[in-house]
Design a protein around this ligand. Structure first.
Ligand SMILES: Cc1ncc(COP(=O)(O)O)c(C=O)c1O
Length: 483
């Protein structure tokens, strides 16, 4: 008997129970067999769309046929982020407790906009973020709030910083105001594009952001920052925010926050730290110093969906001035007023969204299931594997490491003796690796050289996977060099 929707109401409870078990089996099999799947989706643009009907079904279909189409249509069109040989961008992964958390959150379907619409989500979020704060060694002054992504967390941080300049921007806006100086945000040349997008979205314009050069290890040059702020002030601008990055996207370099802090303090500027990737590493005792200086930052973003085995999405903004964040975003119409509103936190007061997903549940499950020790061990192992891979590169005359390796990311390129056209050679190696389906790498450009990136952050990645990609790279080098 196939499971089709009844005339009214939801799926029968018998079907739900049976199909639910089948689906968990399906997911377990997916993970069991994931090594056999090509990491990068082996399809051409438009392939999936061409196989799908252009209109929705009029009659309901059986769940069995929908699940069959998962195998037939969806899986071949997936790039498998959960594959242990996914080394591109920042490698991330979900985990079993995180999947359970997502499943339950979908079952509860809470919209945590007010305390009363989801006391569990509101209070669990506060507690879990305080646990994470302690694990990262951040001080008590930092209170956390969950958003979907770091892009959105940083946007909210910069909005709070802008609220703090006391220019009545919330009330009067920014356009058509001759009284308003040019507000400026400072980032390093290596900062993530999300900051520039936030600046654009907040109406500050690209002119409202100044990029500061970096040193030979891709860290913000603090002296250049100080000089830029001085110059802008002389020109009548209003510098109000610096975004330092702990763990930049291209190389995982760490801006010198302890040197940046006094500059921000001297000019009464907001310091936001983008630790979207690297923040999780601070839970490892010997890596905690990556957040040195952050005890004097105004806000910091970290993404458990990057390196804390929590399924996408879950980003945490820690902020020392929740009052400013609230002042920037709170707007409570009559229909959202509640008797307890003065005593509790309502998530919708702290952002542009009204409804909020119950994301804290999956992080709670991940943190309880693995524990601080278990999470530490996994991140520590990823860092060990990155150092190991970098050591093979350093020993080989055919390869060079292009940036320091403080965490789980290695930047490198092939440089065989006498070879010319290294950019083209490395591009062809990367395409060869990626087309093989056996591993996935991504690239960046450092000092104007095409550079390959290997990021280790997946819960299933072992030394064997790293050895395999090293062999694959050497295979590709031999082939590309021959051609
Ligand atoms: C340093 C840094 N900041 C921000 C982001 C943006 O993250 P999200 O996708 O959560 O917006 C990334 C993404 O890789 C990143 O590396």
């Amino acid at each position: 008997m196939k499971s089709v929707a009844p005339e009214l109401g939801d799926m029968s409870k018998e079907d739900f129970r049976r199909l639910g078990h089948d689906l968990i089996d399906w997911i377990a099999n997916y993970f069991d067999n994931i090594n056999e799947l090509p990491v990068l989706a082996a399809i051409e643009p438009g392939d999936l769309k061409a196989k799908l009907p252009t209109t929705a079904p009029v009659q309901g279909e059986s769940m069995e046929s929908i699940i069959a189409d998962l195998d037939r249509l969806i899986v071949p069109a997936l790039t498998h982020w959960s594959h242990p040989s996914f080394f591109a961008y920042f490698a991330t992964s979900t985990s079993a407790p995180g999947i359970f958390g997502e499943l339950l959150s979908a079952a509860f379907d809470n919209k945590a906009m007010l305390w009363r619409t989801s006391p569990a989500s509101t209070e669990l979020e506060e507690v879990v973020l305080d646990w994470l704060r302690q694990m990262m060694g951040l001080d008590r002054g930092m209170l956390g709030i969950i958003y979907d992504t770091a892009s959105v967390s940083s946007l909210h941080a910069i909005a709070a910083a802008r609220e703090g300049v006391e220019q009545r921007i919330r009330e009067e806006g920014m356009s058509g105001r001759p009284d308003l100086p040019l507000l400026r945000v400072y980032v390093s040349e290596q900062s993530h594009s999300s900051i520039e997008k936030a600046v654009i979205t907040l109406g500050l314009g690209q002119r409202g952001m100044r990029k500061i050069p970096t040193d030979s290890e891709f860290r913000m040059d603090a002296a250049a920052l100080a000089a830029a702020i001085d110059e802008d002030k002389r020109n009548g601008y209003l510098p109000f925010c610096v975004v330092a990055t702990v763990g930049t996207t291209s190389t995982s370099s760490i801006d010198p926050v302890p040197e940046i802090v006094p500059i921000c303090e001297e000019h009464a500027m907001w310091l936001h730290v983008d630790a979207a990737y690297a923040g999780s590493a601070a839970i490892v005792p010997e890596l905690r110093n990556i957040l040195a200086g952050c005890e004097r930052a105004d806000s910091l973003v970290t993404n458990p969906h990057k390196w804390l085995f929590t399924p996408f999405d879950l980003s945490v903004l820690y902020c020392r001035h929740m009052d400013l964040l609230k002042r920037a975003f709170s707007l409570v119409p009559e229909y959202l007023r509640t008797p307890e509103q003065e005593k509790v936190r309502s998530g919708s007061d702290y952002g542009i969204q009204l409804g909020r997903r119950f994301r804290a549940l999956k992080l709670w499950m991940v943190m309880r299931y693995f524990g601080h020790d278990g999470l530490t061990a996994r991140i520590r192992e990823h860092c060990r594997l990155a150092r190991l891979f970098a050591s093979w590169m350093a020993e080989s005359p055919d390869w060079e490491v292009m940036a320091p390796v403080p965490l789980g990311l290695v930047c490198f390129r092939a440089c065989p003796d006498g070879a010319t056209g290294l950019d083209a050679l490395n591009e062809s190696i990367m395409h060869g690796v990626n087309a093989s389906g056996r591993a996935l790498l991504s690239h960046t450009r450092l000092n104007d050289k095409l550079t390959l990136r290997l990021s280790i952050g997946n819960i299933r990645t072992t030394e064997k996977h790293v050895r395999d990609v090293w062999e694959l790279l050497n295979e590709q080098l031999r082939q590309s060099h021959k051609n």
